[in-house]
Design a protein around this ligand. Structure first.
Ligand code: UT7
Length: 329
């Protein structure tokens, strides 16, 4: 019998420190009004000094495993998407998170696809399950973006927040409980639209130190490309699967900017009930933004088993993607 991949559970973790727009007014040339008007963001949450992405991810992952009705020992593979790993290079955040969960002797690795992380995770999990390689996969978007923000740059530091979202993807024979389709893509020629320069460069005895590797973004250019690319991508995946806007229960876009979400949502004719918006509360939490938004509608009781979700994301790389997912709980 054909195997399908099912998104069995969803969970998130939000760190406790709430940062309001007005908190930036004291240290930057900015206003609550500008941030709300241009982005929709009102608050975001920052992790504490001793909390890293693996800690945030572990808390979300524990709950996701529990909600899937599984034990940590049932997990065959752990994949983490993050642009703010605990360590630069190695070890991976997935290895650290696995250790914190008590998962040993199982494969674990990170992917680096910035804000499109969760869509790429779904694509990987779907392939591993449909090929019969694994039965239960833990996917996690975990971000301490605050650790790579330049708090002197008003054009970026007000936009992002920390948090984590996790899901368990399991094997099923029922297509109407499965991840129907995932599309992912990238274009590295736009690498400097959103990037974090390396701190160290050089070889041998010549090692030059650069300023800390803060996130940099060409905001306006990224904004325009995001609206165009996401609209096309979402139209294509719906057409390919013969699905119309009215068939979608929830449109869950990456939460970068309310104006991007509204522009894409309007062009695709989604109603306000269909579009899930959390950017006002959490800001842009990169790879964690889609699973955090999904968890919000799950915990509020809106998301039910069998509901069809349309996801889309766009981020550094540049990377982007979309997915059609039945909630398999
Ligand atoms: O998650 C990955 C994908 N990310 C995105 O897709 C984000 C895309 N970009 C955006 O969301 C928006 O471009 C921003 C929110 C980053 C910026 O909004 P914008 O409407 O594109 O503004 P802008 O960059 O064109 O800047 C307009 C003005 C500038 O001032 P001048 O040059 O006109 O005097 C900026 O310096 O707004 C200024 N500005 C600010 N003013 C007050 C930029 N940031 C701030 C700020 N407070 N925080």
């Amino acid at each position: 019998m054909k195997k399908y991949a099912s998104l069995k559970s969803i969970a998130s973790y939000i760190p406790s420190r709430c940062v309001k727009n007005s908190d930036f007014e004291a240290v930057l040339d900015t206003t609550d009004e500008w941030i709300r008007k241009r982005t929709g963001i009102q608050t975001r949450y920052f992790a504490s000094d001793d909390e890293n992405s693996s800690d945030l991810g572990t808390k979300a992952a524990k709950l996701a495993i529990e909600r899937a009705g599984l034990a940590v020992g049932d997990i065959d593979l752990v994949i983490v998407a993050t642009l703010s790993p605990d360590y630069l290079g190695m070890p991976s955040t997935a290895c650290l998170l696995s250790a914190k969960l008590g998962i040993r002797n199982k494969p674990a690795f990170d992917i680096s696809t910035a804000c499109s992380g969760f869509i790429y995770l779904l694509s990987l999990a779907k392939s591993f399950i449909e090929s019969g390689t694994y039965e239960n996969i833990l996917i996690v978007g975990a971000e301490k973006v605050s650790s790579i923000l330049d708090f002197k740059d008003r054009s970026t530091c007000v936009l992002f927040g920390d948090g984590a979202g996790a899901a368990v993807i399991t094997s099923t024979t029922e297509q109407d409980k499965s991840i129907l389709d995932v599309h992912i893509s990238s274009d590295g020629t736009y690498y400097d639209y959103l990037f974090t320069p390396r701190t160290l460069k050089g070889s041998g005895f010549l090692q030059e130190r650069f300023s800390p590797q803060y996130l940099q973004m060409k905001g306006n250019e990224t904004f325009k490309l995001a609206v165009k690319t996401l609209t096309n991508d979402v139209e294509n995946i719906m057409k390919k699967n013969n699905i119309a806007s009215k068939d979608i229960d929830f449109f869950i876009p990456h939460q970068a900017n309310l104006r991007i979400i509204s522009a894409v949502g309007e062009q695709l004719k989604f109603s306000s009930e269909q579009v899930v918006i959390t950017v006002e509360k959490y800001g842009n939490t990169s790879a964690a933004s889609i699973p955090m938004a999904m968890n919000d509608i799950y915990e509020s009781g809106r998301l039910k088993a069998g509901d069809l979700m349309l996801l889309d994301a766009f981020g550094g790389g540049l990377t982007w993607g979309s997915a059609l997912v039945y909630f398999g709980a």
